[in-house]
Design a protein around this ligand. Structure first.
Ligand SMILES: Cc1ncc(COP(=O)(O)O)c(C=O)c1O
Length: 509
């Protein structure tokens, strides 16, 4: 039953929707250095929102009924191909986001592999730094992932490791993925070498430019050294680039570009043997809103090449400023020189040597009103803080680096975050596969991830980050899923389920 069976006036509902949002991180203003991409261009976000709203009900399922969809999608894809090395016959699609683009890229490769006579389970070869979306794609599509380490100095995959993996996989290899750049460290893998090795063995390469694809071409035009990464690289058969990241569009839009229509065909789904309309889907969704595409199209029209160039120049200027400042703060350094506008900050030395814990730093920055993103250690790659630097970061860079230095000074007097030894000892006896929901809830409460008016991480989240980092991966994943399962336990009309928002007490559930 609806919480308001007789409905409510629009203004009242809108006011409540705004009130619900009041605890959200701000999406503009340069104080959030992950999740959001703020161009800072006056009027741009408003125009995009207006397009989002006015096309929200247009159904991009059928471009013959809604020809606006065809026009806007072809404009966006055409621009992407011009910018990102598309040759004769290249093509693409607008998808709902990076993950959908990555899933479809893996689907294209799997179908191509099957078309070449592949049998059994195909494999996807990727650096450990490639986005989790590819692991999700492999999980959904019955593909086996072969993960390669990266050079701990450069954070890039080594071509010889790709070659060895390709040789070991032989005819099972269906796709090689390279990042341009990686989310975690902001560096571009050696795409040209990797794609050549793959092409020699008849294996396609996907260049994942979801986050950097609309920045790197402009940095190159500005005279920066940018490694080859786009569709012009021989062997790159597909490339993903997100419009809702550095395309400054509202969420829900990405481009998946292909070298040729033959390769793209594997992503199309058609079905006409049921009594309803013949279904033709070019992406995972069927009925889909034209809103995000219209918003992205609006941004493209308004900014033009000059606007994107200026946005990239501002974001990279802010990045340079932040990188220089980080390297000047005792106990911190940049993990590796980034190729673009993503920065990973790491401790310079361990706790004994005066290194600063990235997890504690994240909390101290949060107390100063900045949202930066902790990234756990992974194998021999250390824990870091991720910064997605944006054009508006240039306006806030001086304040940011001053606060970073002050937060670092505070951190020097604080111990590094450690996982609770008692909890770790208890965890050692647990088998993630057989844990029931009650045990997961109890563990979450013990770890401080539920109870006490939560629904969010506590202000000092470093101990929780350290715990998550220290747990075995299967148990970690079970607890993370359990946490979200608790967050998304709906309150029902009969009063069952936790109260929502700031008062939620999932432990009482
Ligand atoms: C390199 C890369 N690939 C894929 C993705 C997944 O994109 P999305 O979050 O839009 O699904 C991201 C997201 O940050 C990314 O950085």
């Amino acid at each position: 039953m609806s919480p308001n069976p007789d409905g409510r006036p629009a203004e009242e509902v809108a006011a409540e929707a705004q009130a619900i949002r009041s605890d959200d991180a701000p999406v503009h203003g340069g104080r959030v250095l992950a999740y959001v991409y703020d161009s800072g261009v006056p009027g741009l976000a408003e125009a995009a929102r207006s397009a989002l709203a006015s096309f929200g009900e247009v159904n991009a399922l059928d471009p013959t009924v809604f020809p606006s969809v065809r026009r806007m999608e072809n404009d966006l894809v055409g621009w992407g191909l011009d910018l990102l090395g598309g040759g004769a016959g290249s093509c693409g699609a607008v998808t709902s986001g990076g993950t959908e683009s990555c899933i479809l890229a893996v689907l294209a490769a799997r179908e191509h592999w099957r078309g070449r006579g592949g049998t059994g389970t195909p494999s996807l070869i990727m650096p450990v730094t490639a986005h989790a979306a590819f692991v999700k794609a492999a999980h959904l599509l019955g593909v086996r992932v072969v993960t390669l380490p990266v050079d701990p100095g450069t954070m890039r995959v080594r071509p010889e490791d790709v070659r060895d993996a390709l040789d070991a996989e032989g005819s099972a290899a269906a796709l090689v993925v390279a990042s341009a750049p990686s989310y975690a460290h902001g560096v571009v893998d050696p795409v040209a070498e990797i794609a050549a090795l793959a092409a020699d063995r008849g294996v396609p390469c996907h260049s994942d430019a979801c986050i950097g694809g609309l920045v790197l071409p402009y940095l190159r035009r500005q005279g920066r050294a940018v490694p080859d990464f786009d569709l012009s690289v021989p062997g790159v058969r597909s490339l993903s680039v997100d419009l809702h990241k550095y395309g400054y569009a509202p969420k829900g839009a990405s481009l998946l570009l292909f070298s040729d229509a033959e390769y793209r065909r594997g992503t199309y789904f058609t079905y006409s043997s049921w009594p309803g309309y013949p279904v033709v889907n070019t992406t995972l969704q069927s009925t889909k809103s034209a809103g995000p595409m219209a918003a992205a199209w609006t941004v493209l029209q308004m900014l033009g090449d000059t606007g994107f160039d200026r946005a990239a120049a501002r974001a990279i200027a802010a990045t340079d400023r932040i990188v220089a400042a980080v390297d000047g703060i005792d106990g911190l350094r940049v993990a590796t020189a980034p190729d673009t506008t993503l920065v990973a900050v790491v401790a310079d030395g361990d706790e004994e040597a005066g290194g600063i814990d990235p997890f504690v730093l994240t909390d101290r920055m949060k107390a100063r009103g900045w949202i930066i993103q902790p990234q756990p250690s992974c194998g021999d790659l250390p824990r870091t803080v991720h910064l997605t630097v944006q054009p508006t970061s240039l306006d806030t860079a001086d304040e940011f680096v001053a606060d970073l230095a002050a937060a670092a000074a505070e951190c020097r007097a604080l111990p590094w975050a450690q996982a609770d030894p008692g909890l770790l000892a208890a965890a050692a006896d647990l088998d993630a596969a057989t844990l029931d929901d009650d045990t997961v809830s109890a563990l979450l409460a013990f770890a401080g991830l539920s109870g006490e008016g939560s629904g969010r991480l506590p202000e000092d989240a470093a101990p929780i980050q350290a715990l998550i980092e220290a747990l075995p991966a299967d148990l970690r994943n079970r607890l993370l899923a359990g946490f979200f399962s608790v967050l998304f336990t709906a309150r029902r009309a009969d009063g069952d389920g936790p109260p929502q928002g700031g008062d939620a007490d999932p432990a009482d559930d």
